[in-house]
Design a protein around this ligand. Structure first.
Ligand code: FAD
Length: 414
């Protein structure tokens, strides 16, 4: 008889794992707080830029429904704000394989409908801890993939891997149409990473939304600073107006191409903040049952490095392999700890890198960012680190290693 698996949460990780398990003959029930239509017609949730390794896991499961339709981006552009309204540094690194951002409203609603069409069971219900307490006994394995929702309270914070206890950035997002291209980037479509020291970052990326291709304007404001001003804004038009005012002031080279943008739809804005956190993977329920946490439930990083959806995809792929390898074995604490440990073997790298990127850049990183404007090879390596951040630990993250890498590339002492 097929083993019964309950997944709570219909986001990147929960839906991807649900599809994977279904394809391997498991009896999968997915519980979602919202219907597919409610997700599609709701507010944006992310900027969800995903790189090749994470996209490949979706392709492996036949879930790349929008791959042709969604804009591809081939590089990461970097601009450092300088005095006088123009960037002090400006360069772009080329990705070895393209990246994409598909509005989670499109993807999650489409994946949920496809899951039901393929024979999966969906229950629409916002699950509480007491619901879960009753439910776990009915399934062989229960997985909580509820993102940053209230169910995270089941999973204790791991202080040894959680250096921050308060949010490090105020987030604000606007999905727009009508953005012009940066002429200096030529034919290279990029995510633009604009760094304004002491103020925050502005990311601009092409995406596919519910009405077709668009661009996303995404501010990461240092709390208490001038970009931390979206909390009280209610009307989407006011949110866009404020975004453009801030662009004109802090990143005028980006504002120049954004003068005539308009919002894609009423749900195309988002503002919020959360503290990055790593949690223990096993949640214990009052009646003695246990559940396994996945993706953002257990590793929620700040989106400054655009890794959360990528991690969620990689987590779903790792959990799928672990469940398949486990065969008929018991889904006990040891299995859960071991499954999370396999994810953490990878996730520790994006987590450490992301937490470092929230701090002012140390001198060796300033030097790397400067050298990337002189040497395309450095810019390209930086860009490809977003696809697999483990590479950053062989150069970028360490002063001595980055110095020796720069020396090799430049052929001169640094
Ligand atoms: C502003 C912003 C920008 C971002 N940009 C990027 C980026 O560019 N690239 C990137 O890789 N990542 C990015 N991320 C992070 C990324 O969106 C998340 O890390 C990713 O979606 C996590 O996937 P998940 O499956 O863990 O959870 P989610 O995608 O959050 O899915 C969780 C699901 O569970 C549901 N749920 C919650 N509670 C319950 C409940 N009690 N019962 C039933 N269902 C429940 C929710 O409604 C949701 O559908 C960004 C995040 C934010 C906030």
């Amino acid at each position: 008889m097929a083993r019964k698996i309950l997944i709570v949460g219909a986001g990147q990780s929960g839906l991807q794992l649900a599809h994977g398990l279904l394809q391997h003959g498991y009896e999968v029930t997915l519980m979602s707080a919202r219907t597919a239509d409610e997700i599609r017609d709701g507010r944006v949730m992310s900027t969800q830029a995903m790189f090749d390794a994470a996209l490949q896991h979706e392709r492996d499961l036949g879930l790349n429904f929008w791959e042709e339709e969604a804009p591809h981006f081939d590089g990461i552009g970097f601009s450092l704000a300088g005095p006088g309204g123009s960037p002090a540094l400006d360069w772009a690194g080329r990705l070895d394989a393209y990246a994409q951002s598909i509005d989670q409203r499109v993807k999650m609603s489409g994946w949920m409908e496809a899951f039901e069409q393929r024979g999966g069971k969906v229950i629409i219900h916002g699950v509480t801890v007491s619901d879960l307490d009753r439910l776990v006994a009915r399934y062989d394995l229960t997985i909580v993939a509820a993102g940053k929702g209230e169910l995270v309270q089941l999973f204790g914070r791991d202080p040894s891997h959680s250096p921050y206890s308060v949010p490090q950035r105020a987030l604000s997002v606007a999905y727009v149409r009508g953005l012009e291209r940066r002429p200096e980037r030529g034919s290279l479509a990029t995510v633009n990473f604009n760094l304004v020291p002491g103020v925050g970052e502005l990311f601009i990326m092409p995406a596919l939304t519910t009405s077709g291709p668009c661009d996303i304007l995404f501010f990461e404001g240092i709390p208490g600073g001038p970009l931390d001003c979206f909390a009280g804004i209610r009307r989407p038009q006011d949110h866009l107006r404020l975004t453009l005012q801030l662009m004109e002031k802090f990143v005028p080279w980006e504002y120049a191409r954004a003068r005539s943008v308009e919002l894609t739809d009423w749900g195309g804005t988002l503002a919020g903040r959360y503290a990055p956190v790593v949690r223990f993977p096993v949640g214990s329920l009052p009646s003695g049952g246990i559940a396994l946490g996945m993706a953002d439930v257990v590793v929620a990083n700040d989106p400054i490095t655009g890794q959360g959806s990528n991690n969620a995809s990689k987590c779903a792929a790792i959990y799928l392999d672990k469940i398949l390898d486990h065969g008929d074995g018991p889904y006990d604490q040891a299995f859960m700890q071991d499954t999370f440990a396999s994810f953490w073997d990878y996730a520790q790298y994006p987590t450490t890198w992301t937490n470092a990127m929230l701090q002012p850049p140390p001198p060796h990183i300033v030097q790397v960012l400067g050298a990337a404007s002189q040497h395309q090879q450095i810019a390209d390596r930086f860009a490809n680190g977003f696809n697999d951040p483990r590479d950053f630990f062989t150069w970028f993250m360490d002063p001595a290693r980055s110095a020796s890498y720069l020396e090799t590339v430049a052929g001169a002492p640094v």
